[in-house]
Design a protein around this ligand. Sequence first.
Ligand SMILES: [Zn+2]
Length: 318
Amino acid sequence: MQQVTRPERDFGSLQTDKTPHVNERLLEHHLDDIRIVGYSVAGEETVIAAPELNVCFDIGKAPADVLPVDHVLLSHGHMDHAAGIAYYLSQRNFVGNAPGTILAPERLVDPIKSLLHVWGQIEGHVTPAKIVGMQPGDEYQIRRGLVARAFRINHGVPSLGFVIVEVRRKLKPELIDKSGPELVALKKQGIEIEYTMEVPLIAYCGDTAEGDWVQYDMVRKAKVLVLECTFFEADHVKRARAGYHMHVKDVARIIDRFDNSHFLLTHVTRRTAIGHAKRTLKRLVSDETYERVTFLMDRRKGKRAEPPLELPPPGASR
Ligand SMILES: [Zn+2]
């Protein structure tokens, strides 16, 4: 039997001024009026938050910066995207935040609950959480006027993409010249004076190969499309197909015909330096398309996220 020893060790002494704070890993980009903070390297970790929209796409290893965000939208269960679920929920509970909400593919709901149950046995108490199962087409209200809508992606395991949609109520154009009292009178007669306008803000495709999602309007027209672009070498096309991932050639072909104002590319393999990734893509797309591209891990373009992240306005989603 193996002997258990407990040497005296001062773990505190391992911390020095040079110990990197977890926040230094995350990069921040401003795309139009949307602030995005995240980290994404294939097989290692993916976590991408839009703090002002109160959503975080995947949770990675639950870096401290994203803990205040109330909603985690989990694209699939691979460890590099999902490892931090229990920690995220537990830390929020620890600091007195409301229970976190996890929107996840329906088939992952029971396994996630089991995971939290097992952690309950380990920790001595079960962390409160709201786990919401989603299917393609399902919608969840993030706050008044803002919803998350799920769509089908293609990753070989239970998986979902999400689009964050701003829902605005607008006065019907034919009523624009009516006075206030006239509009009130119309309303009293039961006449609908407004219509609903939807503005897709961010579409997040998780890990995915090409699929039906390339035809969805809300994906093609979202202000920001967050898209994985894992492989870049010519002989890695097979690898991309086997893992249901995107090769730069796939990405180039797709984004050249999309209307998004910004493409935020994520999940680049460690094998490829960002400079090389940028040059490779630039050769494959029009100048006009390339202008709209940002690589999440481009340290020249993004800046380090400065802690603490701004909290969403109080009561924004509760
Ligand atoms: Zn994956």
